[in-house]
Design a protein. Structure first.
Length: 329
């Protein structure tokens, strides 16, 4: 059972036509009672609007066109062939959304949009990649197409979601795979997603469902490197500014601080990827912070985003805490 983008279990989705999800594929069938060419034209137009001018042969014939009628539209220049059995209405430019639809329709049956393309579809990145990423069942060998990146593997239903009528990888798996594809920008992307969109447990479950797949080791490294990478960046900022007197992994009142200035009793905590991992972790962090404050410590918390995009503000706050009158007394 595949869920839609608002978390509902989905067998059918209705637009102006009746759309059935059959074995993870999309087919458009005639509405009961639909008659004549006008009704057929409405169904075709609805599909073209929904899919930014792109339609498959299977959809067109399911909506009432004959293969000969489809051939006539191509021969007359009204439609142009993008991929085998996939066409674009020539009345409009091919958009990124259209490119994604075209790749997905070509790769069906049993195909889903995945990776960085799925991240764009979910609104997680600004630009659609030049190569549309699709995943097909391991048993299939669709070959290759220009502008389409095909992976063969069997995805669990838990890793799939129906979003805007298109089958795509769900957000947790999408975040992991996009972070791997983004390479050097992956850590920042992953941290931003954890702070605003997805929980660590969901990422971990998606990762374990896909162990051994292409990119799995890199995803594991990203998930496991949060604290050390963030702390290294913080240490680099402190050294560049010439701030001294700090210690990593400093123990206070039974708690291990990320970084501390013992003489000034200033603790610096970096809320990296693991920070939002569980409700228990959230409560434990609050108990630790309260204990430190009661012991006379000032606690500063920063995120990976702070360290990357607001380093001067981070250093200014640390310096202010170190030089506050109560610290100099």
């Amino acid at each position: 059972m595949i869920r839609d983008s608002v978390g509902q279990e989905t067998k059918t989705v209705a637009l102006r036509t009746r759309t059935w999800i059959i074995g993870r594929d999309i087919a458009v069938l005639a509405l009961p009672g639909a008659l004549g060419g006008d009704a057929r034209a409405v169904r075709i137009d609805a599909l073209l609007r929904r899919q930014d001018g792109v339609i498959s042969l299977y959809q067109a014939t399911a909506a009432g066109l004959t293969p000969r009628a489809v051939h006539h539209r191509v021969a007359s220049g009204r439609w142009r062939r993008l991929h085998p059995r996939v066409f674009h209405c020539t009345g409009a430019e091919l958009s990124d959304t259209g490119r994604v639809w075209a790749a997905a329709l070509w790769a069906m049956p049993r195909a889903a949009v995945t990776g960085l393309t799925a991240a764009w579809w979910h609104g997680l990145v600004a630009d659609c990649p030049d190569e549309v990423g699709v995943t097909v069942a391991r048993s299939r060998q669709p070959g290759g197409r220009p502008g389409v990146r095909v992976r063969r593997r069997d995805l669990a239903d838990a890793d799939l979601v129906l979003s805007q009528f298109l089958l795509v990888s769900d957000v947790p798996l999408t975040v992991l795979e996009a972070a791997v594809q983004l390479d050097a920008d992956g850590p920042e992307f992953l941290d931003r997603a954890l702070q605003r969109l997805v929980r660590f447990e969901a990422l971990s479950r998606a990762h374990h469902r896909n162990l051994g797949r292409h990119g799995s080791p890199a995803a594991a490294a990203l998930l496991g490197a949060a604290a050390s990478l963030a702390e290294r960046r913080l240490v680099g900022l402190l050294r560049a500014r010439g701030l001294t007197g700090w210690r990593l992994g400093y123990a206070v009142s039974g708690y291990l601080l990320d970084l501390a200035f013992p003489a000034a009793r200033v603790a610096v905590e970096v809320d990296g990827w693991a920070w939002h991992s569980t409700a228990d972790r959230f409560r434990a962090d609050r108990r630790r912070q309260n204990a430190l404050i009661l012991a006379g410590w000032t606690v500063l918390r920063f995120t990976w985003d702070d360290l990357v995009h607001r380093p001067d503000a981070v250093l200014a706050q640390i310096y202010a805490a170190l030089t506050a009158p109560t610290r100099r007394a």
